[in-house]
Structure formats: C-alpha cells, structure tokens
Ligand binder design. Structure first.
Ligand code: MN
Ligand code: MN
Length: 316
C-alpha cells in the first residue's frame, strides 16, 4: 500500500487565521496508524512547582503554529514530502491525579509507538517525559538523551513526592531508561538547593553544559561534540522551553535569567540531524504567562525544526 502523505493546509486555501488550529494545520487523525511521525499534546500542569498553565500549552502552540510553511529555507528539509505526519490530538490526562495521569500517558505512548511512529510531543510540564521515556524503553530499549533546560530536573523528590516536573531525569536514571554515557544536558543555570546539584548528573556520566558555557557564541561546535557523545543508538530529545532566556520565552512556569537564545535553540535542534531520533518533546510552555504568544510561537517553530531533523526527511 502506498504511503499517504499529508501537507499542511496552505494559506491560499484557508486564511491562516481560519480553520481548525491543528499543529501546523495538518490533518487530525484518531490514531498514529500509518504515520511516520505524529504531533501529540499532553495538557498536564499538575506536576509543576511554581506557576501553572502548561495545561494550555498544546492549545497555545497549535494556535501559534498556523503560519509555519512546509519547506525549511535554511536546511532544505522537506518533511512532508517523505514522512506521513498528522496531529493525533491530546492525551486525556486526569487533571485531578498526577500519578494516574502518568499511567495514562504511558499507556497512550505505548499505543503510538506500536505503529512505529515517532511522537513529537506538545507539553505539558516536564513530568510527562518520564512516562514517555518508559514507553520508549519498551519499544527501543535505553536511549541517549539531549535535554535542554534551565534545570537539571534530577531532584530526588519535590515536597516529598517522587514524581514531579523536577524529578524526571533522576527517576529515568533509576529506572534504567537512559544510556547514561549518551546523555547531554544543555542550558543549566541559576541556583541550586546545594552547591553540588549539577554534579549528580555528572556522576551518572552525563555531559552537563551550563548556560555560561553557551554565552556569546554559536553552539555549532558544541553540537559536533554532542553528536559524538549521544550517537550510537536511539536518541530522545527533550526541550524545556525555560532553557531559553525569559526575554524570548517568558511564558513558562519557572523562568531563569541568563538563558540560551532562540538562535542557539535552532542550532541545537539542527545539530541533532543524523541522530537516530525516536521521539522529541517541547515542554513547559504556559500560555497564561505568555502575553504576546511569542513563547508558543517559539515552541511551535522548535517542534517544526525537530520534525525537520527526524530520520528519513528528504532535503531539497
Ligand atoms: Mn524541565
Ligand atoms: Mn526547566
């Protein structure tokens, strides 16, 4: 059977401010069957520790994605010419119960992955990456990880809870979801609960790139190093929007000054080209704190850039 490809609805067929706001104005599908890659929303914010609002992240990102056109003019990537991509809607999380939500997300991703589909996730707070990685492990085994964030998210607990948006990667290590020698964390900064906070990551074998190491420079050389570190197996890309400076991405729950630029964000994602990416997420966009829509706009464009570096994308 010939593969069914889909194109985003063009601005000359329906005004960009009209129609149903699916991700990139792609068709909506009920399941991942037949799709090489699928956009999926996880509207969860009950794992967050300061400002809420990421429950509106998938909606905000979809709304700001309407101007994105099919062809990547910088890299030549033409994702819709070779990959079948659609928006499969949101996971029906239980907003009254975080642990039940984690169970629901895990189950939903098992269902997506069984079709061989690569999930591109619209968060949601960073808690969602744990159940996604659990499902990814069942399908692909341990993965390498490119994790962009202001925070390491390796707390042992938050307010006594083992599952929250700041514990995700400690749980992922404990549950052996990660190939720790193939993990890089980029953009970490600000203050710790102890002076040692980032060293726990280093002790696991992660390469930790604090934000200061990124200041005032292109990240292309860093990404050559990152590719060498994480290559050699399946890789997951988890992008917390608070890795970017609040000047560009104010709409998020736990902002930290001195962050990465939007240009560096693009360099990081384009620098992942050639890796065996098996899933990507863009988390922590909180539209209630995003008065201009710029944070959602950035999130939408970064998700498009992630799509452009997936295995099998043709270049023109
Ligand atoms: Mn995070
Ligand atoms: Mn963060």
């Amino acid at each position: 059977m010939e593969k069914q490809l889909y194109q985003p609805l063009g601005g000359n067929e329906m005004p960009r401010f009209g129609g149903i706001a699916t991700m990139l104005r792609l068709p909506q599908r009920d399941s991942a069957a037949g799709l090489d890659a699928a956009f999926v929303g996880v509207p969860l914010d009950v794992g967050t520790s300061l400002r809420p609002g990421t429950r509106f992240g998938p909606r905000g990102i979809r709304a700001e994605s309407v101007m994105i056109r099919p062809y990547n003019m910088a890299t030549g990537a033409a994702p819709f010419d070779s990959l079948a991509v659609a928006d499969i809607g949101d996971v029906a999380i239980n907003t009254f119960n975080l642990l039940d939500s984690v169970r629901i997300i895990e189950q939903a991703y098992d269902g997506i992955l069984e079709h061989g589909t690569i999930p591109l996730t619209l968060g949601g707070d960073h808690t969602i990456t744990l159940p996604i990685l659990r499902a990814i492990k069942r399908r692909h085994g341990k993965v390498g990880l490119v994790h962009v964030d202001a925070h390491a998210d390796v707390n042992d607990h938050m307010f006594g809870e083992k599952i929250a948006h700041g514990t995700t990667f400690r749980r992922a290590v404990e549950e052996e979801l990660l190939d720790c020698e193939r993990v890089v964390q980029i953009g970490l900064r600000a203050q710790g609960y102890t002076a040692n906070d980032f060293n726990w990551s280093r002790e696991q074998g992660f390469r930790v790139v604090q934000a200061e190491e990124c200041w005032h420079k292109s990240l292309e050389p860093l990404m050559a190093e990152v590719r060498r570190k994480v290559d050699g197996g399946p890789v997951y890309l988890s992008f917390d929007i608070d890795g970017i400076d609040p000047a560009w991405a104010p709409g998020t729950g736990t902002p930290e000054i001195g962050g990465l630029t939007t240009i560096q964000a693009i360099e990081i994602i384009r620098g992942c080209q050639g890796l065996d990416l098996v899933g990507c997420d863009l988390v922590e966009v909180s539209p209630p704190y995003d008065t201009t829509g710029n944070t959602s706009l950035l999130g939408a464009n970064l998700l498009y850039e992630m799509l452009c570096v997936l295995p099998g994308v043709v270049r023109r």
